[in-house]
Design a protein around this ligand. Structure first.
Ligand code: ZN
Length: 498
């Protein structure tokens, strides 16, 4: 849904040169959106409004077949356009007529419709396909994970390519219907709510249907298939809470998982008091089988958690983290992957706030501990959070220094202004995108302070920032380890694994 931005840019361009809009000949859309780190992720020339993904999946063979229908709007006079996808395509229809298609690179599908599409025109793209996703390698790896009893489509930034054709960049969000037929007795879980209960089909298959009514990024759309125990309830405001636990969890891990994930409504209610209203129509969580995906991901409305987060019992930090992402990452998504600290720094800082609330160490104590204990040559100091590079996209600078940056902002502007900044950010960019420059400008506007030096030191400089308060003081002894640190650091160690 980046139509407005693109349309405005196009107008500025054509009017700026001649003063009169040019009548452009239909041209191919581009194979990427120019993302700083992933220039060929997503495609230009159109904007998706809705995906209808209708699949059949058989765990024993990893065979996926189905149809995805994409409702989009052309953002230029379009002779051709790309989708991002790796499975085997058997046919594509565009606006009622068969289209031709060809593969380019490792994830580009080039589609040539029978008729060109006018700028602003509606596009209905129907893609029929099949394949064994676990055999497909792109970007050097396979993001689709087979499990002993099913499969997991969970990944960041890459995952959509392995199960539905898309415009795969967080700047093109859409609503989703995901419906998957699996052998009866197997569960198939995705985002949002269930518009209907699972329906028995012929031949021993049951169809599960899921619907996301709010704009959703492609990488936040998930599919979890396997043997799961499901709990279902509603929150005080009537929203569905839908949780799922792999039946492969040991009883001990299962207890830790339930003692964490069943607190989702309470935790998100608390987060709402800090970050603004819960942005979505449902809540919940999924705990994946042990020995499969080890990280957790903030899949929209319903995060997926690796089992090992709960190997030592309850871990509410990771529930706080992934649900904080529903505001910072899911509702407000990065405009470019370079700005990833806007996701991870904020979700990590939510853990510090949770620690503070629970008297397990204040945010200041966690800040002091990290500032004192990370070695001077650690990547947290040698990497600028605002431009970490692909190799450090999920590194300490993005998570811990990102959170430290927010803490320094809070100290500088005070609690009232700090939380007003966070709530204004989530309100102004709801269901959209944001950049680091937009965030720092908002912080200065709300606080009325010149924060350039703070952000320069903490976000843009690949060196350990000097604390103003420490100037002239003798170096203090290493601060005590905050009580919450064992859980937070274990959580981050697992989060960094992906
Ligand atoms: Zn995160």
């Amino acid at each position: 849904m980046r139509r407005l931005l693109v349309a405005m840019a196009a107008t500025a361009l054509t009017l700026g040169v001649t003063g009169v809009p040019a009548q452009a000949a239909p041209a191919p859309g581009g194979p990427g959106l120019g993302d700083t780190y992933f220039p060929d992720y997503g495609n230009s020339g159109y904007d998706v409004g809705h995906y209808d993904i209708r699949l059949r999946y058989t765990p024993s063979t990893d065979k996926l077949t189905g149809t995805t229908t994409i409702l989009a709007t052309a953002t230029q006079d379009l002779s051709r356009f790309n989708l991002d996808f790796v499975l085997d395509v058997s046919s594509i229809y565009v606006n009622n007529r068969p289209a031709t298609f060809a593969r380019e690179g490792d994830h580009e599908l080039v589609v040539t419709p029978a008729r060109t599409i006018a700028d602003g025109g509606a596009m209905t793209v129907v893609v029929q396909y099949s394949g064994v996703p676990s055999t497909k390698v792109a970007a050097g790896f396979t993001a689709w994970t087979r499990t002993p009893d099913g499969a997991l489509a969970i990944g960041e930034p890459e995952i959509a390519w392995w199960w539905f054709p898309s415009n795969d960049h967080p700047t093109d969000k859409a609503t989703f219907d995901v419906s998957v037929s699996v052998p009866t007795g197997v569960e198939a879980i995705s985002n949002g709510t269930m518009p209907r209960p699972p329906v028995q089909e012929t031949l021993g298959y049951t169809r599960w249907s899921w619907r996301s009514l709010k704009p959703q990024a492609t990488y936040l759309t998930f599919l979890t298939v396997g043997q799961y125990d499901i709990t279902q309830d509603t929150t005080a405001n009537g929203q569905t809470v839908y949780n799922a636990y792999s039946q492969l969890l040991s009883p001990e891990w299962r207890d830790g998982a339930q003692a964490s994930v069943e607190r989702t409504a309470e935790i998100t209610d608390w987060e709402s008091t800090l970050f603004g209203p819960w942005p979505f129509e449902a809540r919940g969580g999924v705990v994946m089988p042990p020995g499969t995906v080890s990280f957790a991901l903030e899949t929209q409305t319903r995060p997926n958690f690796g089992a090992s987060f709960f190997r030592r019992g309850a871990n509410t930090s990771v529930v706080v983290h992934e649900n904080a992402h529903q505001w910072f990452g899911d509702s407000v998504s990065v405009a470019d992957w370079q700005h990833i600290w806007l996701n991870e720094g904020f979700a990590s800082y939510a853990e510090w706030l949770w620690s503070e609330k629970n008297d397990e160490g204040t945010a200041q104590e966690i800040f002091d501990y990290l500032y004192a204990t990370y070695p001077d040559d650690a990547s947290i100091w040698t990497t600028a959070p605002a431009d970490p590079g692909v190799a450090e996209l999920f590194g300490d600078a993005v998570y811990d220094r990102g959170a430290m940056t927010l803490h320094q902002l809070r100290v500088a502007v005070g609690d009232d202004a700090f939380f007003e900044i966070l709530r204004t950010w989530t309100a102004e960019h709801r269901y959209g995108n944001g950049t680091t420059a937009e965030f720092t400008a908002l912080a200065e506007k709300i606080s009325g302070q010149d924060l350039a030096a703070l952000f320069q030191a903490w976000l843009y400089t690949p060196a350990k920032p000097v604390l103003a308060s420490a100037a002239g003081k003798a170096k203090k002894a290493t601060p005590a380890t905050p009580k919450s640190w064992a859980e937070i650091s274990q959580t981050h160690a697992l989060l960094h694994e992906h």
